[in-house]
Ligand binder design. Structure first.
Ligand SMILES: CC(C)(COP(=O)(O)OP(=O)(O)OC[C@H]1O[C@@H](n2cnc3c(N)ncnc32)[C@H](O)[C@@H]1OP(=O)(O)O)[C@@H](O)C(=O)NCCC(=O)NCCS
Length: 162
């Protein structure tokens, strides 16, 4: 199935779907995230991306999982949002990360909007996000899209949009 076209809706922000050939570029972007942003994205210390992490991001089949990236003027990846189907039918888990120097400019919001449209276009009506309870920025970002906290424990919050 071809990628959904939702990324085209990000105005004034070069963005595209990730492909298998993007592995090195994604690994490079990961290294440009601060240690704290990596921890927030992966919910614990994360010194490097695993093969499975890279697979989910760059070998996306554009249906059960998908990833979109925002690019800077030089074409370098500065942010990634992704979804992956969960074991619950019709449900997908979202995640997002923006390189620190580009945070606070609306990029996270734009990419989350794009990946939500992709997930919905592929039939995922229920969306979930797991984040650190202390992650005020992520909680506010997803709250603005209508997500609500459904479970709190072990320092984590699950946000859900049905
Ligand atoms: C969370 C994250 C993705 C937000 O992306 P961003 O591009 O910086 O956010 P945006 O500029 O698009 O802001 C969108 C909204 O998010 C919220 N937000 C963003 N930064 C915030 C902050 N520092 N404090 C509180 N709210 C914040 C606000 O509601 C904001 O809307 P507003 O500007 O109208 O107030 C980014 O900070 C990040 O990559 N953090 C590290 C990884 C992470 O935490 N990922 C989430 C786990 S899934």
């Amino acid at each position: 199935m071809p990628p959904c076209t939702a990324v085209d809706e990000i105005s004034a922000l070069p963005a595209r779907h990730l492909q298998a050939g993007d592995r090195l570029a994604v690994a490079d972007m990961f290294l440009r995230l601060s240690e704290e942003s990596r921890r927030r994205r992966f919910l614990s210390a994360k010194p490097y991306l695993s093969e499975r992490d890279l697979e989910l991001l760059t070998d996306a089949d554009h249906t059960t999982c998908e990833a979109v990236a925002a690019l800077d003027a030089d074409g370098r990846i500065i942010a990634v949002a992704q979804y992956a189907a969960t074991a619950t039918p019709g449900t997908a888990a979202l995640a997002v990360a923006v390189v620190d120097e580009h945070q606070g400019r609306g990029i996270g919001r734009a990419l989350v909007g794009a990946i939500m449209r992709c997930a919905r276009a592929n039939g995922y009506e229920r969306l979930v996000v797991t984040t650190l309870a202390e992650n005020v920025a992520a909680r506010a970002l997803f709250r603005a899209f209508g997500f609500r906290a459904v479970r709190v424990g072990d320092g984590l919050v699950e946000l859900r949009l049905s």
